[in-house]
Design a protein around this ligand. Structure first.
Ligand SMILES: NC(=O)c1ccc[n+]([C@@H]2O[C@H](COP(=O)([O-])OP(=O)(O)OC[C@H]3O[C@@H](n4cnc5c(N)ncnc54)[C@H](OP(=O)(O)O)[C@@H]3O)[C@@H](O)[C@H]2O)c1
Length: 331
C-alpha cells in the first residue's frame, strides 16, 4: 500500500461554472485508524451534480470534500469492519478514508456483478431512477415517458428500468446529436433529441405529438415548462434535479401554463433519494437478476486515476459523460 494519501479541497467559491483552480490536491501521510475505526483504500468515486450545489456554501473551504465512494478495508481496529471487506461510504474525494462502522455499508456479494455497479445502477443513481418511477410516478404498464438529461446516470437508469417495468414510448433529451443517437441505438429510447436544436417544447411536440404520461425531469428551466405542456390528463412530473441551473443561478424563471395543472389534473412531485434508503434491498431484488442475465446493461463513463477526479467532475457538468460518471483508482 502506498504511504502517501491525497485529498481534494475546495479553495474558492465559483461564480458560474467551476474551474480546476477552485480545487487543490493536498498530500499527507496515510492516516492510522484509531480504536473503533478502519482505514479504507478507495477504489471508485462518484462525482455528482449535487457537489456543484454544495460548492456554493455547504462545502467548507480548505477541508476534504465528501462524496460517495467504494473502497477496501486495509487496516482495522474494529471487528465490525474486517480487513479485505469492500464497503460503501461517503468520505470520498480522497485516496484513503478513516471510517466508523456506522458510516459504512457492506456490499452484498452478487456473483457476476461488477463493483462499479454499486455506485451506478445499484447505487444512489439507480435508486433515484427506481424511486422516481415506482414511488413518485407510480408508472403503469404502457405509459409513455419523457426524460430530460436522458443520457446521464439517472436518465439512462430511468429508461432501462422503465423498460423492465413495461413502459410504452420513451423520449429523451440530451446535449448533442451524438448523445441522442446513442440513446435510441443503445439505451432503449424510442426518440431522442438534442435540446440545443430549438425550443424544447417544439422538439418535444415533434417527438411525442400525442403527449406523454410521465415526465422525469433532471434539468428544470425550459425543459420543465415544456414537459408540463406535453403531459396528458393525470400526468405526473417527477422532479429529480435542476442541473440546468446549478451553474447559471440567474437563469430565467420556468414558464408554464398554471391552468394546465388544474385542467389536466397533473401531479408535480419532487423527492430526495436519501429519504428512500429503505428501498435499497428492493432495488437489488429488481435489478440484480436482469443484470446477471444480461437483460439489463450498465451505462458508465469511467475516468481512470484519482488525480483526474476534478477533471471528471468538470467533464460531467459540461455533459462529457454518457451514463453514470465514475472515477476508478489505478496503480
Ligand atoms: N433527487 C435526488 O435525490 C437526486 C439524486 C441523484 C441525482 N439527482 C439529480 O439528477 C440529475 C442527474 O444527475 P446525474 O447524477 O445522473 O448526472 P448526469 O445526468 O449523469 O450528469 C449531468 C448531465 O446534466 C446535463 N446538463 C448539464 N448542464 C445542462 C443544462 N444546462 N441543461 C440540460 N442538461 C444539462 C449534461 O448532459 P447533456 O450533455 O445532456 O447536457 C450532463 O451529462 C441532476 O439534476 C441531479 O442533481 C437528484
Amino acid at each position: 500500500m502506498t504511504r502517501t494519501a491525497l485529498t481534494v479541497h475546495q479553495i474558492a467559491r465559483p461564480a458560474g461554472f467551476p474551474a480546476p483552480g477552485d480545487f487543490r490536491f493536498a498530500e499527507s501521510a496515510v492516516p492510522d485508524p484509531a480504536p473503533g475505526t478502519a482505514l479504507v483504500e478507495n477504489l471508485y468515486w462518484s462525482v455528482d451534480p449535487y457537489h456543484r450545489e454544495m460548492m456554493d456554501g455547504d462545502f467548507a473551504l480548505h477541508t476534504p470534500l465528501e462524496g460517495r465512494t467504494l473502497g477496501r478495508i486495509v487496516a482495522s481496529r474494529t471487528a465490525a469492519l474486517p480487513e479485505g471487506e469492500i464497503v460503501f461510504h461517503r468520505h470520498g474525494w480522497r485516496t484513503h478514508s478513516v471510517v466508523r462502522p456506522e458510516e459504512t455499508r457492506r456490499l452484498p456479494h452478487h456473483e457476476g456483478v461488477p463493483l462499479s455497479a454499486y455506485l451506478s445502477l445499484l447505487g444512489g443513481t439507480g435508486l433515484t431512477a427506481y424511486v422516481g418511477l415506482t414511488r413518485i410516478a407510480r408508472l403503469r404498464e404502457g405509459e409513455d415517458l419523457f426524460v430530460s438529461a436522458a443520457a446521464g446516470g439517472v436518465g439512462t437508469a430511468t429508461a432501462r428500468f422503465a423498460r423492465l417495468l413495461g413502459a410504452g414510448r420513451l423520449i429523451g433529451s440530451a446535449g448533442s446529436a451524438a448523445k441522442a443517437a446513442h440513446l435510441t441505438r443503445h439505451v432503449g429510447y424510442d426518440e431522442a433529441f438534442d435540446y440545443h436544436r430549438g425550443p424544447v417544447s417544439r422538439l418535444l411536440a415533434d417527438a411525442a405529438p400525442d403527449g406523454v404520461d410521465v415526465f422525469v425531469d433532471n434539468v428544470g428551466g425550459e425543459h420543465l415548462g415544456a414537459g408540463i405542456g406535453a403531459l396528458r390528463p393525470r400526468g405526473r412530473v417527477v422532479r429529480v434535479g435542476t442541473v440546468g441551473q446549478y451553474n447559471t443561478p440567474d437563469a430565467p424563471p420556468v414558464v408554464f401554463d398554471h391552468a394546465d395543472v388544474v385542467e389536466k389534473s397533473l401531479r408535480i412531485e419532487g423527492f430526495l433519494v436519501r429519504d428512500y434508503q429503505e428501498l435499497q434491498e428492493e432495488l437489488y431484488e429488481f435489478a440484480v437478476p436482469p443484470l446477471i442475465s444480461g437483460a439489463l446493461a450498465l451505462d458508465e463513463t469511467v475516468v481512470d486515476g484519482f488525480e483526474r477526479i476534478v477533471e471528471a467532475f468538470l467533464l460531467m457538468l459540461r455533459g462529457g459523460n454518457t451514463g453514470k460518471i465514475l472515477v476508478r483508482a489505478t496503480g
